[in-house]
Design a protein around this ligand. Sequence first.
Ligand code: FAD
Length: 438
Amino acid sequence: MDFRLSPDDEALVAATRDYARRVLAPAADRFESFTTADEFPWDLMEEGTALGLRALPLDPELGGRGADMVLQAIVAAELAAGDVGAAYFFRHYWRFARLIPRLPSRVRDLVVTGITTDDRFVPASASTEEGAGSDNALPYDAPGHGAMLAARQVDGGDWVLDGTKTMITNGGIASLYFVLGRTDPGRGIRTGATMFAVPAQTPGVHVGPLYRKLGQRGSPQADVTFSECRVPADFAVSAVGEGYASAERGLVAANVTNAALSLGVAEAAYEEALDWSIDRVQGGVPIHRHQLVAHDLGWMRSHLDAARSFLLQAAWRYSHDQPFDPGWSWGVRVFCADAAIEVTRRAMLLFGGRGMMAGYRVEKLVRDALTLTHGNGTSAILTARLGTHQADARIAARAAGSGGRPSPEAATSETRAELAAQVAAGLTAAVTAEVHHG
Ligand SMILES: Cc1cc2nc3c(=O)[nH]c(=O)nc-3n(C[C@H](O)[C@H](O)[C@H](O)COP(=O)(O)OP(=O)(O)OC[C@H]3O[C@@H](n4cnc5c(N)ncnc54)[C@H](O)[C@@H]3O)c2cc1C
């Protein structure tokens, strides 16, 4: 594995770091204080857009940079060290850029033109509902559970959507929503849901007020209601009944860049703490001279290095491994979020009472870190998925006679072995199709 960047990519990372430090970090008050979509700080995003950050993974033939996942991860971390909300803003486009090869042509044109030519084009992904959070992420694959927003086809043509999505990132500023609808309520979500593209100006789209939240305040969330909302037949962007798999592929990639956002927040807190430990004098010496403080600095540094190594390996595998094991994406997303919480917490404590005071940057970074545990499913759910995935893969390997100890159970149950093999192979195969667009 070689994580070295080309000179061009190094230059982009340096320019991103400069933008994050010079423009994003000093604008914390503006990112923290806007309460309506109208107040969204578009001007702060202009320099990032000019650097090509919105189109980072987009195919060069379509006007993007064609960045692999390693470059995406490094750029995401640099942005998040400036402001995690702004980092989410840019990172969100990458998810949709990766979908482009599979989109129907009219939706593809909307997304490509939007990303490359329209500064106000913003995509959003809408799956969560009042009664469907972890049930989507796990998923709990049973009729009546998971996303239940109704989607029905009229006269074999247009689709009509009815229902409400909740906590949708970019709700209010989005121009195009990707909405998970239930096309067959008699089936579970894996085979009964379909993904639709819904332009924000479609009659029947209503956006609620922005949520006020603990951290990550530069990235807005709102509830979005779709009432008798009609879209053309070719705005179904997955095959009918296969919307879950389509969403899942996107999330596997997004987990890796989400991990990078956590790393960026944690790195920023560490940098704050390191400088503070040199400047703050107590007991007659700069506090880093106290062994307990030096120990904390060392602990933070080694955990950041471990998180970065894990992230780069997961990112490299995403862009090079055939097939890519999605366990890497769940694992790295959770590991980096946990590392960010612990690193920012320790950094805050080194500031003593000031660490809790608004205006000290470390206070914001702790709040930001605490919000990074719910992206694409809670950390608990993603960790459980990783464990289940490992066990299923082992059962499949045993059944195939190629791994682990022989299992009398697997040897005597063809059905069980077949099921396990399907589970283990299904998502990895689905993700493989996307890897080279990574
Ligand atoms: C900042 C932010 C941005 C978001 N952006 C989007 C977005 O753009 N699009 C979108 O669709 N959604 C978005 N969400 C929603 C997010 O995906 C959900 O919050 C997440 O999936 C968890 O669902 P929930 O909040 O309903 O929690 P619940 O599912 O109600 O979970 C509550 C608790 O129960 C635990 N739990 C639940 N089920 C199980 C189980 N089977 N086994 C063990 N434990 C369980 C969970 O781990 C958690 O601790 C966003 C959320 C946040 C905070």
